[in-house]
Design a binder for this molecule. Structure first.
Ligand SMILES: Nc1nc2c(ncn2[C@@H]2O[C@H](COP(=O)(O)OP(=O)(O)O)[C@@H](O)[C@H]2O)c(=O)[nH]1
Ligand SMILES: [Mg+2]
Length: 174
């Protein structure tokens, strides 16, 4: 059995839990709990440990998806996880520019530790008043869209959209 491990990163509300829940064949392990702090204003539940989902590509080849907590105070988990995965999808909420700096922090964090393919998935692009991909790339410190890592729109609530994203990154790790 070959296991491809992919980390799903991103700020609070970016869509990590939704992505894993939408695509997983098994009931995604739900570690969300009710927010009790300032995050409660943003959403009623927040990921405190790890989301886990599983997807079979072909018999004997599965993808494990690990959703990492979006809150910087849990970053110690990142340090362990990032060394165990072969790729990382960074979700960036295109309609919350105040969270872009967190994406930059994650990119720095990953690149300082491992050399793995990264895909940037812009979420909430169906909302009005989203920031354009080119501007998000610049905010993330990636001024040239032709360079790596690739940046595409992903809707974590739609299976087809997630499969599109996975199709871009999985060939790089098999
Ligand atoms: N309309 C829309 N809703 C989204 C999108 N991505 C995430 N959401 C919603 O945003 C909320 C927060 O997503 P969640 O997966 O809990 O974020 P997490 O904190 O990264 O785990 C949920 O209600 C999702 O359904 C998107 O691209 N479009
Ligand atoms: Mg979550």
């Amino acid at each position: 059995m070959e296991i491809l491990r992919i980390a799903i990163a991103g700020s609070v509300g970016a869509g990590k839990t939704s992505l894993i829940r939408t695509i997983s064949e098994i009931e995604a392990v739900d570690t969300d709990k009710n927010s009790t702090d300032e995050l409660a204003l943003l959403k009623t539940k927040t990921t405190v440990a790890l989301d886990f989902g599983l997807l079979t590509l072909v018999p004997n080849q599965v993808v494990h998806l690990y959703g990492t907590p979006g809150q910087p105070r849990f970053d110690f988990m990142w340090d362990i996880l990032i060394r165990q995965v072969q790729a990382c999808i960074l979700l960036v909420d295109a309609h919350r520019p105040e969270h872009f700096h967190y994406g930059t922090q994650i990119l720095d964090f990953v690149n300082q530790r491992v050399q793995i393919p990264i895909l940037i998935g812009l979420t909430h692009t169906d909302y009005p008043r989203t920031v354009e991909p080119e501007k998000i790339a610049i905010a993330l410190g990636l001024p040239n869209l032709n360079h790596q890592p690739p940046l595409i729109a992903v809707n974590p609530t739609q299976k087809a959209s997630i499969i599109e994203a996975l199709n871009l990154i999985i060939p790089k790790i098999i």
